[in-house]
Design a protein around this ligand. Structure first.
Ligand code: TXA
Ligand code: MG
Length: 364
């Protein structure tokens, strides 16, 4: 965040946003991960508006965002009354995870309370919940006194927004949207999603900056990867996660990954020689010093080799490069290691869905 963007929206603006939500309108707001497109989780018409605005299929569930309890003495925080209206039962493990990571970039999937609208769960009997850490999100939620559904504030399948300007650009001309400005998102990629709804094993549905090792270290809870659950065991009931589609988070400029030192190999995938190529290079490495591909004009863009810093700037980088009119964007393959899983996941989907043609956009 820049210093001026740290300044909070005034109370009057947040009150207006609360009023808009109460009247069934949409409000885009900052979270620490990405900006969300918010609506009252109890208002069916408002939820429908979210789906049509994003162009999101109605069977893809959304996350309910809740305010943290008022008392901020962590030892005394009691999350049970906050969750009780939304979920059927709250296990010991759920409370351990919540106490360790909320408010923060961790979403938990529970068996839903019967009052939770099927339209927000994609017809499933589970509900995804998180308490975001961003102070503006928290103030909005506290004043609203209810759950706010908020998918990322982008059109379905496209790059998630990490600033108020990104959101504006995403829906420009399409709708007059109230946007709360909280500066640039610090985390930069969407929350980690852990499914607790089976009651026994906790399953990772979407990697994020909170990793299974960090969860294990802080809570003693083992988080299973989808591959660790045997086929047949959960295939039928496997929850739909829209970010799990192959093409997602995608820019319109073709995007490819290159293995270390292999920029030219990546280019060979594009036989009609591309004339302008943006090549991202780790800031820890010396410049590319690319040897001759005579007709290609490379330009280097330095990217952080620290996973958290890379994540915080990743969508910004994609949006900026996408706007600059390159013929091709090459990004370095992320290193091995769990701390890169969240970024790797988004990168692979962004590559698969990238490009001006819609042929790869299975989800659009
Ligand atoms: O960081 C985030 O989580 C951001 C900010 C705005 O909070 N939100 C976000 O929302 O990423 P969205 O809608 O773009 O992604 C939510 C993901 C989807 O992949 C959805 O399928 C999954 O959560 N999800 C929601 N409810 C679920 C459920 N009951 N079971 C399994 N997955 C669920
Ligand atoms: Mg999204």
């Amino acid at each position: 965040m820049t210093s001026d963007s740290r300044s909070l929206q005034s109370s009057a603006v947040i009150n207006e946003a609360v009023q808009t939500l109460r009247e069934g309108g949409l409000v885009a707001f900052p979270t620490e991960t990405v900006y969300g497109l918010g609506a009252d989780a109890k208002n069916l018409e408002a939820i429908k508006k979210i789906f049509t605005t994003k162009g999101r299929p109605s069977n893809h569930p959304v996350i309910v965002h809740l305010a943290a309890p008022d008392i901020f003495d962590l030892a005394q925080v009691d999350w049970v009354p906050v969750l009780a209206p939304w979920v059927r039962d709250i296990s010991e493990d759920a409370l351990k995870l919540i106490n360790a990571f909320w408010p923060g970039p961790l979403t938990l999937v529970f068996k839903k309370d019967k009052s939770v609208l099927n339209e927000l769960t994609g017809g499933q009997d589970t509900v995804a919940i998180r308490a975001p850490a961003h102070p503006i999100a928290q103030e909005l939620l506290r004043k609203f006194k209810g759950g706010v559904v908020a998918p990322s504030a982008n059109r379905f399948g496209k790059v998630s927004p990490t600033s108020a300007a990104d959101v504006r650009q995403e829906f420009e001309g399409a709708l007059d949207l109230m946007i709360l400005d909280g500066g640039d998102c610090e985390v930069g990629i969407e929350s980690t999603i852990v499914d607790l709804s089976s009651g026994d094993r906790a399953l990772l549905l979407r990697p994020g900056v909170i990793t299974p090792s960090e969860i294990l270290a802080k809570t003693g809870i083992k988080i299973y990867q989808p591959g660790e659950i045997q086929v047949g065991e959960s295939a039928e009931s496997f929850p739909r996660v829209s970010g799990s589609l192959r093409a997602h988070y995608a820019p319109t400029t073709p995007l490819r990954l290159y293995a270390s030192g292999r920029v030219l190999d990546a280019l060979s995938e594009f036989p009609d020689t591309k004339s302008r190529v943006a090549v991202a290079v780790w800031d820890s490495e010396s410049a590319l010093g690319h040897d001759g591909h005579p007709s290609v004009h490379f330009e280097e863009v330095l990217v952080s080799s620290d996973s958290a810093t890379f994540a915080s700037r990743f969508y910004r980088l994609l949006r900026d490069l996408d706007r600059q009119g390159w013929d091709l964007i090459l990004l370095p393959e992320p290193p091995e290691g769990e701390e890169w899983d969240g970024v790797r996941d988004r990168l692979q989907r962004a590559c698969f869905g990238s490009g001006p043609s819609s042929s790869n956009h299975a989800n659009n």
